[in-house]
Ligand binder design. Structure first.
Ligand code: HEC
Ligand code: HEC
Length: 335
């Protein structure tokens, strides 16, 4: 009996003291976040170990815009600008790939150096690309509180940073261009845009085999015949896999918001979409070793033979892929 009474008193004291501790300490909080998946898009897989929350997305967004992650004053946003669809020309050699709809992507970077989850890709960015000094974050009280709230940790690790960034990436979704609106029956294309669309989605231009709906990329690698020989420094995906069949292959970039870019292809050799269209029309090197069979279909052997009007219309169509709701969305801008 005496023991029971002591136990009860003991438990009561413990309850009081832990209540007190709780009210002093910052609170871990989890407010579920619903990813806004554009209409007609497939569902996005989110790993259970990094479930989406409002606090985590907000933290990832803050980190994306904060030079604290790097050792030279750069933030992710120093090269990936929202108003250009999260790309830019701010890189001397390799054109910056856009951060658009990457929540559905498994392959990352032009040569596909990374085939992994978004979380693992972010680990690469944090640890290898930026070599983030995690002590700087741990020395910052605001970040300590935010990471505690979002991930229930007292000591921030690079894994926590990568997870938070991955959360923000899953919100960088573009699916409200004029073309999307047209496909949903909410907008009408001009006759020129319509003609361009037909060129794009039929064998006339034959773009859709690789730049297919919904993402305007097949998330795969191809040698499109840009060159007939490969330089000693860049042999495309071959540099990653060592497979001869990967020689000259690069990731198919999404054409969403391509109007806003000014460097095209893995080496930025073209600066206008007109040049890109002319490449597909008359510049493909059919003799490129290991060229994609789609580029050498019988009707393409001497080029696409598009008229000037067809080329102009194809350009008009590409411009319908621009999503200004995305490039001006205040939820994605610098917090
Ligand atoms: C100095 C400019 C620069 C900065 C800063 C920068 N990036 Fe990039 N980013 C690039 C370039 C260039 C590429 C394409 C490189 C390649 O494929 O070889 C790229 C590609 C990527 C890709 C692959 C996209 C795809 O479609 O495969 C991801 C993801 C990415 N960056 C995330 C980040 C994150 C996260 C940060 C901040 C931690 C960041 N980047 C900071 C220049 C930059
Ligand atoms: C066989 C697959 C394939 C076909 C067919 C194809 N593309 Fe591409 N496209 C790619 C790949 C791969 C790249 C990147 C190539 C590189 O950098 O080496 C690319 C790059 C581009 C780019 C540059 C994007 C950027 O951000 O750098 C544009 C624009 C483009 N393609 C438009 C078109 C159009 C228009 C057509 C039809 C006339 C077309 N593509 C047909 C695979 C294809």
């Amino acid at each position: 009996m005496k023991h029971l009474a002591l136990l009860i008193v003991g438990l009561w004291a413990l309850a009081i003291s832990s209540c007190k501790r709780d009210s002093d300490a910052p609170k871990n909080s989890f407010t579920p976040y619903d990813i806004q998946i554009p209409k007609r898009f497939p569902p996005m897989e989110v790993p259970t170990y990094n479930a989406m929350s409002v606090e985590r997305v907000a933290l990832g967004r803050k980190l994306y815009y904060d030079p604290i992650l790097s050792n030279d004053g750069r933030a992710c946003a120093s090269c990936h600008y929202q108003n250009m669809g999260f790309t830019s020309d701010n890189f001397p050699v390799t054109p910056v790939l856009p951060h658009v709809n990457l929540g559905w992507s498994k392959h990352f970077l032009w040569k596909g150096e990374k085939t992994c989850s978004l979380e693992d890709m972010m680990m690469y960015e944090v640890n290898e690309f930026f070599q983030t000094d995690i002590n700087k974050l741990n020395a910052d009280k605001t970040y300590r509180d935010l990471f505690f709230k979002a991930y229930n940790v007292q000591n921030i690790t690079s894994l926590n940073v990568a997870y938070a960034l991955a959360q923000f990436f899953r919100t960088l979704n573009s699916g409200n261009s004029k073309f999307d609106q047209y496909r949903r029956g909410e907008a009408v294309l001009t006759p020129n845009e319509r003609n361009g669309m037909i060129t794009f989605f039929t064998e006339k231009g034959d773009c859709f085999h690789c730049h297919n709906e919904i993402f305007l990329t097949d998330n795969d690698f191809h040698n499109t015949g840009l060159d007939s020989t490969f330089s000693s420094i860049s042999k495309g995906r071959y540099d990653v896999t060592g497979e001869v069949s990967d020689m000259g292959k690069y990731k198919t970039p999404t054409l969403r918001n391509c109007e806003l870019r000014d460097r095209f292809m893995h080496d930025g050799r073209y600066t206008t979409l007109e040049q890109v269209i002319e490449f597909y029309n008359s510049g493909v090197h059919q003799n490129s070793p290991n060229i994609d069979p789609l580029m050498t279909l019988p009707f393409k052997e001497t080029g696409l033979h598009l008229t000037q009007q067809d080329k102009d219309d194809l350009l008009s169509f590409l411009k319908t892929l621009t999503d200004t709701n995305f490039t001006t969305n205040p939820d994605l801008s610098k917090p």
